[in-house]
Ligand binder design. Structure first.
Ligand SMILES: Nc1ncnc2c1ncn2[C@@H]1O[C@H](COP(=O)(O)OP(=O)(O)O)[C@@H](O)[C@H]1O
Ligand SMILES: [Mg+2]
Length: 298
C-alpha cells in the first residue's frame, strides 16, 4: 500500500451550498499534510467525509484501503474534532479508560497513553482543572487509542499558547516518524510552515494548491522582501543607491523577484561599509494562501 488516504473528485452539496467540488489528493504513510482554508472553505466537511460521518455526493474515498466509516477503516483512523469536550468531573485517567472500554481495548492502557501525550503527572486530576492545552492532549490521547494509521485532526491547535502548540507538533512528528499519516486543518498559517510535508489549500470548496511549501513558493513567484540595516549615518545613502524604501531609523526595505535575489544581494554586499546587516524574507504562507485563494476565485 502506497497511500493511506486517497480522495478522488469528492463533491458534496448542502442544499444550495457547494461545500466541496472535485477535490482530489492522496496522503502517503508517514506524511504530514496541512489542510488550510478560511472559515467555510470545506475543511471540516472533507474530514467528516473521510471519517464516514457524512456521505459524499459523488467521487471516491479510500481510507487505509477500506471504505470510509467501515469497521476496517474505523480501526485504523483516529479523529480529533474541532471542539472536543470532555466531562469536567472525570480525571484524565477516567476519561481515557472510558474511551478504551468503548473501543474494546484494555483500560489499563490509559496511563501509558497519558504518559505519551505528556499528561502522566495530571492523570489523577479532574479535567475541569485542565488548561486548554491539556484538554487538547486528552483529545490526542483518545485519538491514539488502537495505534491509528491515519490521524485526522480538525484545528487541533486553535486556542493553544505557542509553547503548548510546539509540544503538540513535536508529538505529531514522533507519530509520523513511526509511519502514521497526519491530516490536520488549520487557519493559523504560520504555525504549519515548518511542521508539515505538504500543504493542501481549499478555497470555497475547491482545491487550489497541493504541494510542498517550497514548491508552492516557487509556483506563486511572489516577491521576496529584503531588509537592509544601514549604518545610522548612511541610511539615506543606502536607500538611494539600492532604490529601496527607508522605513525607520536605519532599515531600508527592497522587494524583488526570486530570480533577481542574488544580483540584489550583490549590490548590497558592494555597499559593505555602509551596511550592518541584511535579512532575506521569503513570501510567508499567508502571502501564498491569499495568492492561491484569490487566483481560484477570479
Ligand atoms: N451540515 C451542514 N448543513 C448545511 N451547510 C453546511 C453543513 N456543514 C457545512 N456546511 C456549509 O458547507 C461549507 C463548508 O463548511 P465547513 O466544512 O464547516 O468549512 P470549514 O471547516 O473549512 O470552516 C460552509 O458554507 C458551511 O456553511
Ligand atoms: Mg471547520
Amino acid at each position: 500500500m502506497t497511500t493511506t488516504l486517497s480522495l478522488s473528485k469528492v463533491t458534496k452539496t448542502f442544499g444550495e451550498t457547494r461545500a466541496l467540488r472535485d477535490v482530489s489528493f492522496d496522503v502517503a504513510p508517514g506524511e504530514r499534510v496541512a489542510l488550510l482554508g478560511h472559515n467555510g472553505a470545506g475543511k471540516s466537511t472533507l474530514m467528516k467525509i473521510i471519517l464516514g460521518l457524512i456521505t459524499l455526493d459523488t467521487g471516491d474515498v479510500r481510507v487505509v484501503d477500506a471504505a470510509p466509516g467501515s469497521a476496517a477503516a474505523r480501526r485504523k483512523v483516529a479523529y480529533l474534532p474541532e471542539n472536543v469536550a470532555f466531562h469536567p468531573a472525570l480525571t484524565g485517567r477516567e476519561q481515557i479508560r472510558y474511551y478504551l472500554r468503548l473501543r474494546g481495548e484494555p483500560a489499563a492502557l490509559a496511563d501509558e497513553l497519558l504518559e505519551r501525550v505528556g499528561l502522566g503527572h495530571a492523570a489523577n486530576r479532574r479535567i475541569g482543572t485542565y488548561s486548554k492545552g491539556m484538554r487538547q492532549r486528552v483529545g490526542l490521547a483518545q485519538a491514539l487509542i488502537g495505534a491509528p494509521r491515519l490521524l485526522v485532526l480538525d484545528e487541533p491547535t486553535s486556542g493553544l499558547d505557542p509553547v503548548s502548540r510546539r509540544a503538540f507538533y513535536e508529538m505529531l512528528d514522533g507519530l509520523a516518524a513511526d509511519g502514521a499519516s497526519i491530516l490536520l486543518s488549520s487557519h493559523a498559517l504560520t504555525e504549519v510552515e515548518a511542521r508539515t510535508d505538504r500543504i493542501v489549500i481549499l478555497s470555497g470548496g475547491v482545491l487550489v494548491a497541493n504541494d510542498s511549501l517550497a514548491a508552492l513558493r516557487r509556483g506563486a513567484a511572489l516577491p521576496i522582501q529584503i531588509h537592509v540595516t544601514a549604518r545610522p549615518d548612511a541610511a539615506d545613502d543606502v536607500a538611494a543607491r539600492l532604490n529601496g524604501t527607508r522605513v525607520n531609523g536605519a532599515t531600508v526595505t527592497l522587494s524583488c523577484a526570486h530570480g533577481d535575489k542574488l544580483s540584489r544581494l550583490a549590490q548590497i554586499t558592494a555597499l559593505a561599509g555602509a551596511v550592518e546587516d541584511v535579512e532575506v524574507i521569503p513570501p510567508s504562507l499567508e502571502d501564498l494562501y491569499s495568492h492561491f485563494s484569490q487566483r481560484a476565485r477570479s
